[in-house]
Design a protein around this ligand. Structure first.
Ligand SMILES: NC(=O)c1ccc[n+]([C@@H]2O[C@H](COP(=O)([O-])OP(=O)(O)OC[C@H]3O[C@@H](n4cnc5c(N)ncnc54)[C@H](O)[C@@H]3O)[C@@H](O)[C@H]2O)c1
Length: 254
């Protein structure tokens, strides 16, 4: 597999991670390593895969360092190199500030998990490799009942900046994408909870939400995948340590 471009994507079963996988799946000379907790969903769509890339899927909890060590040890021996890492796996749980269990779970998946996978990939990354981390606009701002999520995403942004400097001499780039209002199972689940609290239908809460967005629509995960493709390209070699917002302008509105 020496001439093959190997791309590891976490959280590849659903949402943004899956759109990224679908985007790269069209590429010949590419091997995708798709990781997720939800192996059944991963295998369901990879079974239908018609693209030119080759694929492999693994059930992996990014918060489980011991299991990840075993997986990346095996990947390193078999594949040799990892050219691109896309860290998309994440969870979004609201919490009260007193809820320490939730804090530990969200930090262990979103922040520790993202760093574990990155750290284990790095020794396998050649010159000009690419790392793209999925943060959030809540990596810049606060939100009520979101201490753990906000802390985890601010942490990813900080980690991205510092790591980018560590690996810059190897011409490896590290960037964070800060999405908001992307139409994925995570967003729909969040809106369903809010609809329940407000006592209105899911359709109604979606209509209400879209009215408040400058573009009057949710952003599609394929639009985020296009940004990932750019950051993973040779042309983006000068873009590193950045936080790129894709939120349809909502973060700058009044
Ligand atoms: N959808 C949005 O509007 C939005 C906004 C801001 C940030 N984000 C971030 O983008 C990323 C992707 O979000 P999404 O909307 O596609 O979410 P999603 O819930 O639709 O998909 C996330 C995927 O990650 C997997 N996953 C969760 N925990 C895991 C773990 N411990 N190990 C391995 N896989 C795990 C899930 O099984 C799922 O397939 C997340 O990091 C999220 O925080 C999304």
């Amino acid at each position: 597999m020496t001439d093959t471009r190997t791309i590891v994507i976490t959280g590849a079963a659903k949402g943004i991670g899956r759109a990224v996988a679908e985007n790269f799946a069209a590429d010949a000379g590419t091997h995708l390593v798709l990781l997720d907790l939800d192996l059944r969903e991963l295998q369901r769509w990879t079974a239908e895969h018609q693209g030119a890339a080759t694929l492999e899927t693994h059930v992996a909890d990014i918060a489980d360092l011991a299991a990840l060590r075993g997986l990346f040890d095996e990947l390193g021996k078999r594949l040799g190199y990892i050219h691109v890492l896309v860290n998309s796996a994440g969870i979004c749980n609201e919490n009260e500030p007193e809820d320490l269990d939730n804090w530990q779970r969200v930090i262990s998946v979103n922040l520790n998990g993202t760093f574990y996978v990155t750290s284990l990939c790095l020794p396998l990354m050649p010159k000009h490799a690419r790392i793209v981390n999925m943060a959030s606009i809540l990596g810049r701002a606060g939100k009520v009942r979101n201490t753990a999520y906000c802390a985890s995403k601010h942490g990813i942004v900080g980690m991205t900046k510092a790591l980018a400097l560590d690996v810059a001499p190897r011409q490896i780039t590290v960037n964070a994408i800060l999405p908001a209002w992307i139409d994925t199972p995570m967003l729909r689940q969040e809106l369903a909870v809010q609809a329940g609290i407000a006592g209105i239908s899911e359709e109604q809460i979606q209509r209400n939400a879209k009215k408040k967005l400058p573009l009057r629509r949710f952003i599609q995960s394929e639009e985020v995948a296009a940004l990932v493709r750019y950051l993973a390209s040779a042309e983006a070699g000068g873009v590193t340590a950045q936080s790129l917002v894709i939120d349809g302008g909502v973060g700058l509105g009044m």
